[in-house]
Write a protein that binds this ligand. Sequence first.
Ligand code: ADP
Length: 194
Amino acid sequence: MRMVLLGPPGAGKGTQAQRIVSRFGILHLSTGDMLRAAAAAETCIGRKVKRMMASGALVPDQLVIAAIVERISQADAGRGFVLDGFPRTISQAVAFDDLLDTEGLVLDHVVELRADEEVLLDRILTRAREAMESGGAVRADDNRETLKVRLDAYNEQTAPLVEYYRTRDLLRSVDGLQPVDAVTFELFRAIGQG
Ligand code: ADP
């Protein structure tokens, strides 16, 4: 199974992706995690993107597209994957369609997690506080000011993907404001696996 999770920062894509992974045994590919790992390891790409990510802005399309092309071509991706945080712009979606075409693969589902902005701010601040309390690392972009930039990026650059996938008849929407288990339940039902 190959699927894409869409939704604003804090909508719960990472949490639901974990549930999908446990149920279907497919890979969780989060471009945010991949980029944070590159930044932490101070790779060439990591050094380039660290400041962009901390500002809340998107990193250049070519860079994430190259990372995804490389990752999806690895053998373990053959079982399928759930993409979290990619595609995030129309040009990423077009490049992803080209990649699927070239590889003879089909995208099965796109699920949008809907949530309003008030709740997102609460969730992001809670995530930052909990990370701090447990002695973990707080994401450089999990704060009130940067969230505003991330939401603007989402609304301007990523939200158009909802229409892009709706016209391809792939889009399902789930209310991400419900408790985690309820979201999972609805999500599985939305993809015909309830
Ligand atoms: P969230 O969905 O909570 O905003 P992510 O972990 O998905 O967080 O992404 C964090 C940051 O990583 C983004 O703000 C952006 O800078 C960068 N990023 C992740 N995925 C992409 C992508 N597909 N295209 C461009 N930038 C990306």
